[in-house]
Design a protein around this ligand. Structure first.
Ligand SMILES: Cc1ncc(COP(=O)(O)O)c(C=O)c1O
Length: 223
């Protein structure tokens, strides 16, 4: 997955998957409009997804999209997400276990209109990021998270890294007291109650970043 809309080194993950015959599912929920080496995120895996949840760059209120260039898989995905009903003018026969994950037309219409606005939304988000980057450049103890090499990021969620947890807590308190909504990163999965017993590798980098990271306001600016 591409955290905060910044593409990860997806070709390295794709190589590992290829070596071990693993089908790569690419979670690009956060990264519509982000490109890795000129290619849109979500198109590297056997299957990819986009989220159109209310907090995303474009929204249909809820729901999302499956992306694949595998025709067979695409047809199967459509079938099982629309109750697995066999196409027939009057008979209702379901030939597999299916789900009703249809997007209602009204939500889809909203999504189509939003899609037309996507270039504008991304330009606005990138402009905000440019201004943040210029601002934080003068503060040596704060790192503004920027797009990785060879990437174009949608800057879905802007983030800064503070020196340590103590500074993060002070920053969160001061900014929220000043009515600027800032948040820590999501709690790491291995720290959630229900996954505490799950096997895990060395998470020292994730832990370090999680203790120092703050998401700062990132919405599209209205003109
Ligand atoms: C990486 C990632 N995957 C999946 C989801 C879930 O998407 P949805 O809210 O559309 O179910 C999110 C939502 O924020 C996400 O950030």
């Amino acid at each position: 997955m591409h955290t905060f809309g910044h593409p990860c080194e997806i070709d390295r993950i794709a190589d590992i998957c290829k070596r071990y015959h693993i089908a790569m599912v690419e979670d690009s929920a956060e990264s519509i409009g982000s490109y890795y080496k000129g290619r849109h995120t979500g198109t590297f895996g056997k299957i990819g997804i986009l989220s159109f949840n209310g907090n995303k760059t474009i929204t249909t209120g809820g729901g999302g999209m499956i992306i694949t260039d595998d025709d067979e898989l695409g047809i199967l995905a459509k079938h099982i997400t629309t109750t697995a009903k066999k196409p027939h003018p009057w008979e209702f026969e379901h030939d597999m276990i299916g789900y009703n994950y249809r997007m209602p037309n009204i939500n889809a219409a909203l999504g189509c209109a939003q899609m037309e606005m996507l270039p504008e939304f991304i330009a606005s988000k990138r402009q905000t990021a440019t201004e943040y980057e210029a601002f934080f450049r003068s503060i040596a103890s704060v790192i503004f998270v920027t797009e990785p090499k060879d990437c174009i990021s949608n800057y879905w969620l802007n983030a800064i890294l503070l020196p340590d947890e103590e500074h993060r807590e002070a920053f969160l308190k001061a900014s929220n007291d000043a009515r600027v909504i800032t948040r820590p990163a999501w709690i790491l999965m291995n720290e959630l109650q229900m996954f505490k017993c799950a096997p895990m590798g060395d998470l020292s980098i994730a832990k370090d970043i999680s203790a120092r990271l703050v998401n700062i306001p990132s919405s599209v600016r209205l003109t």
